[in-house]
Design a protein. Structure first.
Length: 267
């Protein structure tokens, strides 16, 4: 019982560090920088974040993720959307996600990721089929090496993946529930994207649950467009800017009046 209490207490900072690394890698590096080019980051930060997060936290294939995300914007809430097809239940969405396993060599993945950065050896390695199983092992070995406990290592490994599924559920399913009356919309766009109000969802997804804002303005670094909205990923990005790692290009100030909501939408 004493060991279990120690494990649970030790998991708090461990999961906190894991969240920070994933928020940086997924929300800042892959999403806002590589996929949308909404922010400028040096190559050393991109590839260091990619290496450390994949090896020691959770493997996320950089090429297939960016391709899937670009396809998601191109075909949002249609049958071609790799993230969420229309009119599916949560169970159907989850089953589809678990079966979805694109390869970097797939023609559609290649079509949507022609950027030179995907040819870099680090991106190429972590996009290779062998990287997933290898990183699953190294991500378990990292907490085991720190503590010498296989129980603790397994608890951390499983918790990160369960939380990862929760993040995907918020971002890809519930934040595209406009047809079910979930969330709220600032912009009248063609897809079913919404902004979720849950602070838990916004924290866990690093602001990625503000999908309606993001789909309307995909080239903006911040997903929060109103004063009451919260984008933790953008706060992390601001910190990186303060320490001179990131550069956020200047964008025109947002004005959310009715005319803007109706017409000022980036396809």
């Amino acid at each position: 019982m004493r060991n279990l209490t120690w494990y649970l207490l030790a998991m708090v900072p461990t999961i906190g560090v894991a969240w920070l690394m994933l928020a940086n890698y997924l929300s800042v590096v892959l999403h806002r920088c590589v996929a949308h080019r909404a922010v400028d980051l040096p190559r050393w930060w991109i590839f260091t974040s990619t290496t450390l997060t994949n090896l020691f936290v959770l493997h996320i294939n950089p090429r297939t993720w960016c391709a899937d995300h670009r396809m998601h914007h191109a075909y949002s809430d249609t049958d071609k959307d790799p993230d969420k097809q229309p009119n599916v239940t949560y169970a159907q969405w989850l089953a589809g996600f678990l079966k979805h396993s694109p390869k970097a060599s797939d023609p559609m993945i290649q079509k949507f990721t022609k950027d030179a950065i995907f040819q870099h050896p680090i991106f190429a390695f972590f996009s290779h089929p062998i990287a997933g199983p290898l990183c699953a092992v190294t991500a378990w070995l990292a907490p085991f090496a720190l503590t010498g406990s296989w129980i603790y290592a397994t608890m951390v490994w499983v918790t990160i993946r369960v939380l990862g599924m929760l993040v995907l559920s918020f971002q890809s399913y519930f934040a595209h529930g406009g047809d079910r009356g979930w969330g709220y919309r600032n912009y009248d766009i063609k897809d079913q994207s919404v902004n979720l109000t849950s602070r838990i969802a916004l924290f866990l997804t690093a602001g990625e649950a503000l999908q309606n804002n993001h789909h309307a303005k995909p080239s903006r670094a911040s997903h929060a467009h109103l004063d009451h909205e919260w984008d933790p990923g953008f706060q992390l990005l601001r910190f990186l800017e303060r320490i001179r790692i990131a550069h956020i290009p200047e964008k025109p100030a947002l004005t959310l009046n009715e005319a803007d909501i109706a017409s000022d939408v980036t396809p």
